[in-house]
Design a protein around this ligand. Sequence first.
Ligand code: FRU
Length: 611
Amino acid sequence: MNRISDIMKTLFATATVLAGAYSATAGNGVEVEHLGTNNTLVRVTADGKYLLLPVQESNDEATVNVIADGNLDKTINVRLAKTKVDYTVPLSLEKYKGKDVLLNVVTSQNRATVREAKEDACWNNFSVTDTFDTTNREKFRPAFHHTPLYGWMNDPNGMFYKDGVWHLYYQWNPYGSKWQNMTWGHSSSADLINWVHHPAAIEPNGLGTVFSGSSAIDRAGSAGFGNDAVVAMYTSAGVSQIQSLAWSNDGGQTFNIYSGNPVLTLESEARDPNMFWNPETKEWTLVLAHALEREMLIFTSADMKEWTLQSAFGKGLGAQGGVWECPDMFELTVEGTGEKKWVLLCNLNPGGPFGGSATQYFVGDFDGKTFRADTDADGRVPTKWLDYGKDHYATVSFSDAPAGRRTVIGWMSNWQYAPEVPTMQFRSANTLPREMGLFRDSDGQLYVSSTPSPEVDAIRGKIMKSAGTVNVGRRQKEYAIPEICEIVMDIDPMKSDSIDIVLSNGLGEKVVMTYRSKTDELVFDRRESGITDFSQDFPAVTVAPAHSADGKTGLRIFIDRSSIEVFGKEGRFAMTNLVFPNEPYSRLSFESHGGKAKVSNLKIYSINTEK
Ligand code: FRU
């Protein structure tokens, strides 16, 4: 009897010692209990709006199981801090108000002892708060491009226009600035420039995380979700990739998940459904990326739920150097004619013209079931690129844009280095909105033009400099430029071989754009543009065919804090490249080679931004 009670006493004492050694109160309603080398419980009293999770970007991901009332509410992957806290991300506590929430955290296996695990910086840095500071003013945060308030962003998704508002959803990680926890983030705008940020629109659920997709307005209520319902189709990414529906009856603010999901499954990887109403056939049409097969599958449906496979397009065509993703298909009218043609955007990664990800497109005909691409004079299907920079991907259009517009936005980064770019609390921005058109060039081929949307003209500010004619020779001509600006010019190469347009700062960092008259190309060299060493794939030279009509070209150049977008005259080419100068570029200069050249109608505009 005595011996047993002695043993029990000893056990009890040991347990007390262990509890004393391994549980700690982080304060602020947070209590931490270590269970082993890679398992810790974090108990939180939800008496604030947020639990701030401390993140260290270089650390491994921990799996955080969020448990309320004994039920697993969600599982997120977070790079919890090990040696230092880079920033925090908020876990909303609103729905657990007044309850205890338990985080069952599984960290990486690489620790020998609990004592070691206990030393992680995160445990003392959880806090419950009512505010989360989103006034992030990192120096590379764009001034007039869309970015998420915080966290990682990739593809724009499910964009549509309704009742005067442009809705933009995007691939978002709300719990860190690297790819994870794919969720549809949501922003909206009346002018495509100033964005209001909303709570997450579609969050991961039992079928998986929420990959890219599209939205369509179901005016007749054919899916049974009501007239004018906004219906989103996205890829549920779990072990497999399957297609799911969600619908909104409040104009895209909140979505209901369809209980009959998935609506489309295949035995192989397929994603990024692009769904639209075809007024000719009076059917819903769906283009789905058969990613590893490098082709697009086309389906039709009467109700968005039952889909019939009609055809496949693309095997062996165009650029095939990587997986095919994020399709978009729409009809455009050829400039100056009444002729209508279909365009199929086909994003590809890797295999872009300058490495990594890029958007190729095909021009052709679509009979409601099958897409057939136009061929060139040799009977081949040519490879065409929507943008000749390195930082333009996953471009798709807004559904239901007004006045027959076909407005697109792309993700302004490249999978080669997107997670490494030198920003922290947010990562990645979107391109300026662009209008798609079709023009026929002298080679007889149809090409897609990309023109900044009219809303972009509206943010032009003061003219900082205007010059009717600039004679350009070997001696450099220089002009001061503001940190964010639009520069417009016409270029007449005259007898020169090339003309350099150089942006530079006082540190000697520069971007050199060269118009080569012989080959009618615009070259963009960012090898000495500033911070380039975060990836060996970042220093680069990109080249665009200028498609100029008479050997003269014109440029519109948009400079934001970490991006440069160059558009050719009438949108005949676009080129988007990121740059990370240590100081903003403050000078524009010109120099010609092989003879004199002329720049005319030079205008340097400041940009009006409310941000
Ligand atoms: C393209 C992509 C898509 C996918 C998404 C996941 O960048 O790979 O194919 O749906 O990103 O975030």
